[in-house]
Design a protein around this ligand. Sequence first.
Ligand SMILES: [Zn+2]
Length: 456
Amino acid sequence: MRSLLVRHCTFLWLLTVNPAVAGAPPVDGATLNRIADAGFNHGEVVETAAYLADQIGGRLTNSPAMRAAERWTQSRFLAWGLKNVHTEGFDFGRGWWIESSQVRLVAPRPLALRAIPVAWTPATAGPLTASVVVAPLRTERDFANWKGKLAGKIVLVTWPEPPKDLTEVPFTRMADGETGKLNKYPLPHFDPEERGKRIESQTFPGKVDDFLAGEGAVAWARMSRLDGHLVHGEGYAYQVGKTRRLPGVELAAEDYRRITRLATVGEVRLEIDSRVHFEDGDQHAYNVLADLPGRDPKAGYVMAGAHLDSWIAGDGAADNGAGSAVIMEAARILASLDLKPKRTIRFALWAGEEQGLLGSAAYIAQHLAHRPVPEDPVLAALGPYFATDTFPVEPLPGFAELAGYLSTTARASCADSTPRAISRSCRRCASGWRHSTVSARAWSSPTPPAAPTTSS
Ligand SMILES: [Zn+2]
């Protein structure tokens, strides 16, 4: 069932490539039939998705798994006959991966805990055992309460919020009408207050790390924001020179709450064994690009993209292995049919998307448009995701060549084949790509941007 749905989504994507759907030139029914046959009866999208998620697995940017994905996706594009298959690098930072990790309650009783190292935190030097102190740190004002009390401790830095009652059904399938409503582009708007909160959320963990290390703490643990023993291990200290000083782990909310309860009545000791590794051989991250050449060299190109990188706690199947597999399947099908589109179709698999849309922003900076780096060094260091109000945005010579964009891939595959919760996440990812691309067009145009051309 699932494989049929995924194939169905790929076919839907391919339909959008056909100019007839956009209401322009006449329908080429024979070609549509060939595409449909290739997708429904001879599809390989499930095999592609399975290799990405099962064989390669989670693809944190610049990790060994992401490098493997960069190589493997290029090899597939080449084997399918795509042209101009290459990577485009951009400055990123350190690679990082988990060899193994274990967090145990040692006292008052032995218990294996559900936990994951926080991305880009350092390893422990073997098993590290220490008493815990529950010291919730929500703002810098909280630091004063804990000065002189943290030496030698594993510090639990999150306030142990109680679980929230479920008030809505966690998983529902979207009906046709609902998925149709997703097909809207939200115009970007600048909200200084929102940006301020985001900057604080990005910079505060580094201040906490500095404070804890300065106080002589030996490690820290935070509580997962999700219940049900779900952990994610999100972390952003990937830049060279920004690496945290202390090992950090994220505990399942249920385990974290239990430890904080125990800590109110006696000593609690934890053992953390975090075997993680940094990779500094190449600090560039790489977008993977492949072309299906068009027959008119003056017609420019259209793009279709999804992000290949993912987080550490899962296999990167839904976010956004699904979108990547659909992009790759579309490329495979169109190449296999030896179609001669008017415009080149460029397929892109982005890197660094989970760290702030870095890959698609790098493509824009390299090919489409330039915007000034913010004067504020804090803002500049946070990257393009936060630099949304510097002007003028100036088109580069390549800007005029991009005739259109196709970004419904992740959305279609997610909305149609996975639950609402996942589709929300994918919608964000899909709009992220669109945000980068369309914003460059909108901001750099002297007049409002025309509707994108979808004929190819
Ligand atoms: Zn994503």
